[in-house]
Design a protein around this ligand. Structure first.
Ligand code: NAD
Length: 294
């Protein structure tokens, strides 16, 4: 298949490389020359502009920082350059409202579109084990699914346009809130004289069990692969958790949902990112709780 890939960053670069490995022709574009160079080394052809990449593609994949970047890229030449009825697949994490607006723009320009945000981080992007959450029509999902299976291990059709982004913000709100809860519990345990291992042994086999505890454990020791064992090198950066919780907050406000912990977690991670945690794994939040308790 002829695929245009716009946004060849930490996630997009390896995702495009996996499509090439599977035998597809991928023409990529990024505004950063180093990203283009890296992609070329992985067998991606590169174009001078996004529009040049989109012209002649059967599928246009975007993996961009935000909804603003996505809407600008769609309106800045991608939609106009693509052949009629091209499928536009956006894998970035953006506002549910921006995802729906992007689809409206694509449909208005005579194309088809779906949102397909991912979970699994850069490790999953490189290994081709991402989880895709897709919002779009059944026929478009059917066309995209084999390609998503190349870049991922789990592909879920969540519903109509925007449903993929909705699943993403809901999932990451659970993750943000649960990481704070697990971190607070470990600091409370420290202050009660309970060892990390003892709390882990109990909670990981009890009702406190969750991914934030058993996979991304915020203290070193109990889960050797968790970022806490390498001084909180990410993993999943504080800046991205803050971004995703802000998207959850936008959705909470737009829908009038009576959520209390989601907005609280958004504020806690905004502070964490602003005060030095932006490039650190989000589980480093435990250090701010410990410092504030001292
Ligand atoms: P990144 O900043 O590494 O990559 C984004 C790329 O888009 C950059 O290389 C940037 O130069 C490029 N770009 C910006 N505007 C462009 C334009 N108009 N045309 C072409 N390229 C343009 O970010 P990333 O970590 O790859 O994340 C991409 C998206 O995936 C984000 O929405 C992020 O929230 C989401 N995401 C990231 C992770 C992760 O662990 N990194 C996990 C899940 C989801």
């Amino acid at each position: 298949m002829n695929i245009a890939f716009i946004g060849l960053g930490n996630m997009g670069g390896p995702m495009a490389a996996n499509l090439v490995k599977a035998g597809h022709r991928v023409v990529g574009f990024d505004v950063v020359p180093e990203a283009l160079e890296k992609a070329r080394a992985a067998g991606v052809e590169t174009a001078a502009t996004g529009a040049d990449a989109a012209a002649g593609a059967e599928l246009v994949v975007t993996m961009l920082p935000s909804g603003r970047h996505l809407l600008d890229a769609y309106q800045g030449g991608l939609l106009a350059a693509a052949a009629p009825d091209t499928l536009f697949l956006d894998c970035s994490t953006v506002d549910v409202a921006d995802a729906r607006a992007a689809r409206e723009l694509a449909v208005g320009a005579g194309h088809r579109a779906a949102d397909a945000p991912v979970s699994g981080g850069t490790v999953g992007a490189e290994a081709g084990t991402l989880t895709f959450m897709v919002g779009g029509d059944e026929a478009d999902f059917a066309q995209a699914e084999p390609l998503l299976q190349v870049m991922g291990a789990t592909v879920v059709h969540c519903g109509a346009s925007g449903a993929g982004q909705a699943a993403k913000v809901c999932n990451n709100m659970i993750l943000g809130v649960s990481m704070i809860a697990v971190s607070e519990a470990f600091v409370l345990a420290e202050r009660l004289g309970l060892s990390h291992q003892a709390l882990f042994d109990v909670a990981s086999r009890s009702s406190g069990q969750c991914w934030a505890l058993t996979t991304n454990c915020p203290v070193p020791g109990p889960v050797p692969a968790s970022p806490a064992n390498r001084d909180y090198a990410p993993g999943f950066m504080g800046a991205l958790m803050s971004k995703d919780l802000q998207l959850a907050l936008n959705a909470i406000e737009a829908t009038g949902t009576a959520a209390e912990l989601g907005p609280l977690a958004a504020g806690i991670y905004r502070r964490y990112a602003e005060e030095g945690g932006a490039q650190t794994d989000f589980s480093g939040i435990i250090n701010t709780i410990r410092e504030a308790s001292a």
